[in-house]
Design a protein around this ligand. Structure first.
Ligand code: OXD
Length: 276
C-alpha cells in the first residue's frame, strides 16, 4: 500500500506478499522470490498467469542445508536425544551409536539432490524419491506414488526436501508414515504442510517413528499452544536450516533485473505450472 507509483514498478522482489499486492502493479515484467521456495508467492491466486517468476539458487544455501543435515544425523547417531532425556533424570546410561545406515531423501531438486549426493559420498546407502524420475550416481532413485513404499522401506532416516505444491500437501499422512520402518527418524526441512501434524504425533506416540526433527511448520512462528513444542521425540528448530544469504542473493537478483531490462530469460526461473 505504500507504493506511490504502482505504474512505475517493472520488477518486484517478494516473499510472502499480501494477496493482491502483485496484481496491483500493472507494468510488472517479472517477479523474483527472495528465497528458494515459491509456494508462499504462488498461493496468491490473483497473481497474473503469465508473469515470470525466479527463485534463489545459491551454493551458500546448499552448504547451509548440508551442515544442518550433517548435524542432525550425528545428533541422532550419537543418541544425543536419549542422553538429553537421561540427563533430566540424572541417569548415567552409556550406549553405542544408533545404526543409521540407510537414508531416503524425498524431493530431488536443487537441495534434495545435493543432500542425496552428499550422504552417498559419505558411504550411506541412499534412496531418493521425487515426482519425476531422476538419475543420480550412487543413489537409488524412485518416482511417483506407486514407488513411494519401495523408496522409504529401508530408511533409518527420512529427509523431506520436497517443494510444497497441491501434489505434496499432506503427503506424509498416516498411510505413508505407516510405510516407514518402525523406529525411523523423520527430518522435515521443506515445508510444514507436507506433513500431516496429527499423523506425525500419532506415529511418535505409537513408536512407529523414533523421533522427528522439524525446521518448518504449517504456521510460523509455531503457535505456543501447538503440541509439537512439548511432544517427546520432537526436536524443533525455527526455520534456520537454509537461510538466504543477502550478499549472494543480491547479485543474483540484480542480474535478473538486468536480464528483464534486456529482454533475456530469467536465471533460475520457476515452472509455474509445476509450482517449483
Ligand atoms: C526458502 C526457505 O524457501 O527459507 O528459501 O524456506
Amino acid at each position: 500500500p505504500e507504493i506511490s507509483q504502482p505504474d512505475a514498478v517493472e520488477f518486484a522482489v517478494v516473499w510472502k506478499q499480501p494477496t493482491g499486492a502483485v496484481a496491483s502493479l500493472p507494468n510488472l515484467k517479472a517477479l523474483q522470490s527472495f528465497g528458494a521456495g515459491v509456494d508462499s508467492i504462488l498461493s496468491d491466486l490473483t497473481l497474473p498467469a503469465s508473469l515470470p517468476l525466479a527463485r534463489i539458487v545459491d551454493p551458500h544455501l546448499t552448504a547451509s542445508m548440508l551442515e544442518y543435515l550433517d548435524t542432525v544425523l550425528n545428533y541422532y547417531r550419537l543418541r544425543f536425544d536419549e542422553f538429553g532425556t537421561n540427563q533430566q533424570q540424572q541417569l548415567w546410561k552409556p550406549r553405542s551409536p544408533r545404526k543409521i545406515r540407510h537414508l531416503t531423501v524425498l524431493g530431488l531438486g536443487e537441495l534434495g539432490s545435493a543432500a542425496a549426493r552428499h550422504f552417498a559420498g559419505l558411504g550411506y546407502a541412499v534412496s531418493g524419491w521425487s515426482g519425476r524420475l531422476h538419475q543420480i550416481d550412487g543413489v537409488q532413485c524412485f518416482a511417483g506414488d506407486h514407488q513411494f513404499a519401495e523408496a522409504v522401506a529401508e530408511a533409518d532416516l527420512l529427509i523431506c526436501l520436497l517443494p510444497l505444491t497441491g501434489a505434496t500437501e499432506n503427503l506424509l499422512n498416516e498411510a505413508r508414515l505407516a510405510q516407514l520402518k518402525t523406529g525411523a527418524i523423520l527430518v522435515n526441512v521443506a515445508r510444514g504442510a507436507i506433513v500431516d501434524d496429527e499423523a506425525l504425533l500419532c506415529a511418535l506416540q505409537t513408536g512407529k517413528l523414533a523421533a522427528a526433527c522439524l525446521d518448518v511448520f504449517r504456521i510460523e512462528p509455531l503457535p505456543v499452544e501447538h503440541p509439537f513444542w512439548t511432544t517427546s521425540g520432537i526436536l524443533l528448530t525455527p526455520h534456520i536450516s537454509a537461510v538466504t544469504n543477502a550478499d549472494t542473493a543480491v547479485a543474483q537478483i540484480a542480474e535478473n533485473y538486468r536480464r528483464v531490462q534486456a529482454g533475456l530469460p530469467l536465471l533460475n526461473q520457476v515452472d509455474r505450472t509445476r509450482g517449483y
